[in-house]
Design a binder for this molecule. Sequence first.
Ligand code: SAM
Length: 288
Amino acid sequence: EHDDGKGRDKGPHRVGQVKEVTSLANPIVKDIKALAQKKTRDETKTFIAEGLKLVIDALELGWTIRTLVYAKAAKGKPQVEQVAARTFAKGGLVLEVSEKVMSAITRRDNPQMVIGVFEQRYRPLKELRPGKGETYVALDRVRDPGNLGTIIRTADAAGASGVILVGDTTDPFSMETVRATMGSVFAVPVTKTSLADFLRWKKEAGVQVVATHLAGAVDYRTIDYARKPVVLLMGNEQAGIPDELAREADALARIPQAGRADSLNLAIATGIMLFEARRHLLSLEASE
Ligand code: SAM
């Protein structure tokens, strides 16, 4: 059957058909489950986002959905129906599954009612042209998915323009990271680059790189963050920033500490730095 020319849909190839799945052996379910592995995410360039709110936010921000999966209990809910219609309109697949299948996909006992499989997106480094009032976070070999997710969420909240992953880092599209971002993964552009390319970019980007370092640094509150766009460079959880990299920075900053701990958690330190670097740009009035 063909389109009748009046924009009305006819036939199953035009109107999406919800597939009901209860078997864990179903090949589509197997493919989605496999997205728990980085290798599969890399190959398919897709990832899983859990929760109706996240899926709605992602669609609103223009991310491409490949598959929508919802639990039987969510059937008929107006928002779920709307999201399903939008998925079909984009040529995606919609699955209605048993709770058992939902648990298997998300590896959770109390899974969300809705998940979406989305296409990954990175912003190429060469597209980053920081302007006045912009702040980026660059993470040197970040390892912990929870830290990365928390940093993406905090970067979003502080109004940063992007997160740059330098060197070998944990995957921003792992389920754990995406969960920790609480949806901010869809709002904050993420860039992936090598150390060499980052250093080359930095020379031409007209930015000031403020590296957090525990040695040879000044109090982070004494730095002028308004002078130029800022790139806050944060170190690996175990090793911190190597001296060779610290030498390339325009300023070395340190958050003074009291007490027994010799350093702060990476995500906490990033949060403190971000809100200091953007202090002059943030106000309660502006966010209302
Ligand atoms: N042993 C590492 C070192 O000597 O650098 C500690 C790494 S720390 C857990 C991870 C990152 O958090 C650091 O590289 C830095 O970016 C940031 N950080 C932690 N405490 C900080 C502080 N007091 N001031 C500035 N940055 C800090």
